[in-house]
Design a protein around this ligand. Structure first.
Ligand SMILES: Cc1ncc(C[n+]2csc(CCOP(=O)(O)OP(=O)(O)O)c2C)c(N)n1
Ligand code: SF4
Ligand SMILES: [Mg+2]
Length: 287
């Protein structure tokens, strides 16, 4: 494997769920034989965002809430790259919530892993969009991002894992990476990843999770049935995990890239066609 970056050791609190996510992602990349120089991990701001420092592939620590536009840009510039976004529930559903919705709608072939601990861990435990009513005086109802994803017509892959079930989590990471690698679009994987310091939910989540893969009647291809089932789970305060929804829809890069120009990162900027345009652009920037 080509090493492009020397990873640092994680600095999360002992017991933080994010260790399990790092392990599952490392396992998934290894199982699919994706080399370090073939992958880019874009991370948000938060404890979860530091995950990118612990991998040896290309990494980019973007602005708070901007994981998805950064990933989409990278994928459109170089569709051959395996692009993976990682971040927290605050990063992805609060400041980055608008990008989440539009990325589901656009369906670029990237993988997005959200470490949901239902709090802002890095800034010491404020409520996030997924915090329960009552947590730290939160007066709002908690967001279910999978239900949001189900309401978006372009959604193609919605899954949820739990760090307390590591074997299944690795399988879900592999499934998500496969979906994006096959050019089928946006693979969204939320991981219930407890923050042991500011919102220790291990005890509640261990009993609240409902593994849809253990239910032979659950059909992830039937949107209306999935909706009904997830609403029922919500009413019962259960947390469905597993591959929750799968659909087919054209991937963004298959419809948005111009055939005549080619993706930006793969274009030969010395070509007779592009060199004059490139030089003109550089001159305009130096004025
Ligand atoms: C523009 C901007 N606003 C606010 C902050 C402060 N801030 C840093 S991390 C964070 C929230 C992190 O929560 P989450 O995304 O859930 O990550 P976690 O630490 O829980 O993994 C906030 C509000 C910031 N860095 N930048
Ligand atoms: S504060 Fe919470 S989310 Fe951050 S490293 Fe510690 S346990 Fe993990
Ligand atoms: Mg969080």
């Amino acid at each position: 494997m080509t090493t492009t970056f020397t990873p640092s050791r994680p600095y999360w609190c002992a017991g933080c769920g994010d260790y399990g996510v790092l392990q599952a992602l490392e396992n998934g990349l290894r199982q699919l034989g994706i080399a370090a120089h073939e992958a880019l991990v874009v991370a948000g701001i938060g404890c979860s965002g530091s995950l990118q420092n612990n991998l040896s592939c290309y990494g980019y620590h973007t602005l708070h809430g901007r994981v998805l536009p950064s990933c989409t840009g990278a994928k459109l510039a170089n569709p051959e790259l395996t692009v993976i976004g990682v971040g927290g529930d605050g990063d992805g559903y609060a400041i980055g919530g608008g990008h989440f919705m539009h990325t589901l709608k656009r369906n670029p072939s990237i993988t997005y892993i959200v470490m949901n601990n239902a709090t802002y861990g890095l800034t010491k435990g404020q409520p996030s969009p997924t915090s329960l009513n009552g947590f730290e005086n939160n007066v709002e109802e908690d967001l279910d991002p999978v239900l949001l994803g189900l309401s978006m017509p372009g959604s193609t892959f919605l899954a949820r894992g739990y760090t307390g079930q590591p074997a299944q989590l690795t399988r879900l990471v592999v499934e998500a990476l496969r979906h994006a690698e096959a050019g089928k679009g946006f693979a969204y994987l939320e991981v219930l990843s407890p923050c042991v310091t500011y919102n220790d939910t291990y005890r509640e989540w261990r009993t609240a999770v409902f593994d849809v893969e253990q239910d032979a009647t659950y059909d992830p291809n039937d949107r209306a049935a999935v909706f009904a089932r997830l609403l029922q789970c919500r009413a019962e305060r259960r947390l469905p995990i597993g591959l929750l929804y799968r659909n087919e829809h054209p991937a963004l890069e298959s419809v948005a890239l111009r055939k005549d120009n080619g993706p930006a990162a793969l274009v030969d900027i010395d070509s007779a066609l592009l060199k004059p345009r490139y030089e003109k652009l550089m001159q305009s920037l130096m004025r």
